[in-house]
Design a protein around this ligand. Structure first.
Ligand code: ADP
Ligand code: ASP
Ligand code: MG
Length: 461
């Protein structure tokens, strides 16, 4: 059971979490032949804390030590307050001690960063990981004080990753062994292991993080490595919705998704699921459920290998803002073999991943969502191509089996977007999705039109 930031935001949220874990345990105990072990609980930092911790790094590095200290004081007070959810003083005291030690340490880090005036990925990870390390200690003690015996498991010991700071990849064999050593023993004696998501460490013990939103990924890794029956993602919406609720009014819950559809939607911006979440679930064929911790009675979204045929042709539309389009033009491309290899090698060299690609005779257009290294990439490409960039763009990805089954549907979807100018357009060979790029400012219009026409009405029935 993974609980996101808003599901551990404050004392009432953690009390809801406790009720959900209790209900899960009771349901499991009542199942005939049910394995009464578990669940394993994975938690995010309290909502907003990761942003604040990363903001601290920026404040400190810009020399605003006072600002950074004030922010730390707020954070400390908030964690102390939330710890009141641990009813039993004997359980609360050690958590408060640990919390205060962590904040003392952060104060020292802030002072050091102000001197260095530069923050490496390694420092960023040390700062950012604190959010989950603290929330998991609070939740473990809170469960125990509510008579659900839990064991805090340090994610830095249980999830082993490579050394790619801020976007570390888990090493599955090592992580399985570590989880067997740290999370399995409490499970075996009927306790509930609680660990922070998002966080791991290299084999040498250096703290890493899995990238923003990475707690979902942690939950899937833990579920796959321990052979869970199900991976539950508890969040603040009723499930995977037909569109981003921050952009489209009244999106509907999608009751059932295939792994492939969920991956596609997550990859192209459905924030409710980290893009890597599905991959560990696929490897062990473990169902994933997205559920609302504020409304446990809602059915949520079930994600499995196959799904029953849906009653409408499109499943959902995902979108991603803050994208940069890079147009690479070279007259030498014409019929030159090896051109694409040379081109993508430059992106590889500067560790920038490319999402959507389209080509014409002399131009290759790609999208990237991390444009920090673009000046160096442009320089690298300058020997054989001209490059221009368009910022503030957005990717729209429409997913549905109907695109495969009905040859006319893709054209109808594109027509529904009307006069919104499209920069790039691509349809994969699987034909279960179409992806296109528009200006960020056109996103509400384009999504609204697609949603009204293909996704809104049917499920109201
Ligand atoms: P958590 O902290 O629980 O991980 P997130 O904020 O990371 O929660 O993800 C949940 C949010 O994802 C929702 O509140 C919603 O605004 C956003 N979201 C974007 N697209 C979708 C979608 N297609 N379905 C559901 N939620 C979406
Ligand atoms: N707390 C981390 C973040 O905000 C990870 C997560 O919540 O999934 O990115
Ligand atoms: Mg999230």
């Amino acid at each position: 059971m993974k609980f996101g930031g808003t599901s551990v935001a404050d004392q009432p949220a953690i009390e809801r979490l406790i009720a959900l874990v209790r209900a899960e345990r009771q349901a499991e105990a009542q199942k005939e032949g049910g394995d009464a072990r578990g669940p394993v609980v994975v938690v995010s930092a309290l909502s907003g804390v990761t942003d604040r911790l990363l903001g601290l790094a920026a404040l400190a590095a810009s020399g605003d030590v006072e600002g950074a200290r004030a922010s730390l004081q707020d954070l400390r007070a908030r964690h102390v307050k939330v710890s009141e959810v641990i009813r039993d003083a004997a359980l609360r005291e050690p958590v408060l001690d640990s919390l205060n030690r962590a904040f003392d340490e952060l104060e020292r880090v802030v002072s050091a960063l102000a001197v260095l005036q530069e923050v490496s990925g390694r420092w960023m990870d040390a700062l950012a990981a604190t959010g989950e390390i603290l929330s998991s200690q609070i939740v473990a003690a809170a469960l125990t004080s509510h008579k659900l015996l839990a064991t805090y498991v340090d994610a830095r010991k249980a999830v082993v990753t490579d050394a790619e700071h801020m976007a570390a990849a888990p090493l599955f064999e090592e992580t399985t062994a570590a989880l067997m050593a740290h999370a399995d023993p409490p499970l075996a004696v009927g306790r509930i292991p609680v660990l922070g998501g998002f966080v791991g460490a290299t084999a040498g013990g250096i703290t890493t993080t899995l990238g923003r939103g990475g707690s979902d990924y942690s939950a899937a890794i833990v579920g796959a490595c321990l052979g869970a029956a199900e991976i539950q993602i508890w969040t603040d919406v009723d499930g995977m919705l037909t569109a981003d609720p921050r952009i489209v009014k009244n999106p509907q819950v999608v009751p059932h998704l295939s792994f492939a559809e969920a991956s596609e939607l997550a990859y192209f911006g459905a924030k409710v699921l980290h893009p890597s979440t599905i991959q560990p679930a696929v490897s062990r064929n473990i169902p994933v459920r997205i559920l609302n911790s504020h409304r446990a009675q809602a059915r949520g979204t079930l994600i499995t290998g196959e799904r029953p045929k849906a009653d409408r042709p499109l499943t959902a539309v995902a979108s991603k803002k803050g994208v940069t389009v890079v147009n690479i033009t070279s007259t030498r491309m014409l019929m030159a073999h090896g051109f694409l290899r040379r081109l993508f090698e430059v992106f590889e060299r500067f560790k920038t991943s490319v999402d959507v690609v389209t080509t014409s005779e002399v131009t290759v257009s790609v999208t990237i969502d991390d444009a920090r290294r673009l000046p160096a990439i442009v320089e690298g490409l300058s020997g054989f191509a001209q490059v221009d960039r368009e910022d503030h763009m957005a990717i729209v990805c429409v997913v549905g089996d109907g695109l495969h089954e009905d040859a006319a549907l893709a054209a109808q979807v594109l027509a529904s977007v009307g006069d919104v100018p499209m920069r790039m357009l691509s349809q994969a060979a699987s034909r279960r999705n179409i992806t296109f790029v528009i200006r960020e400012s056109d996103l509400p219009t384009a999504l609204g039109r697609i949603h009204d026409k293909f996704l809104a009405a049917v499920s109201a029935a």
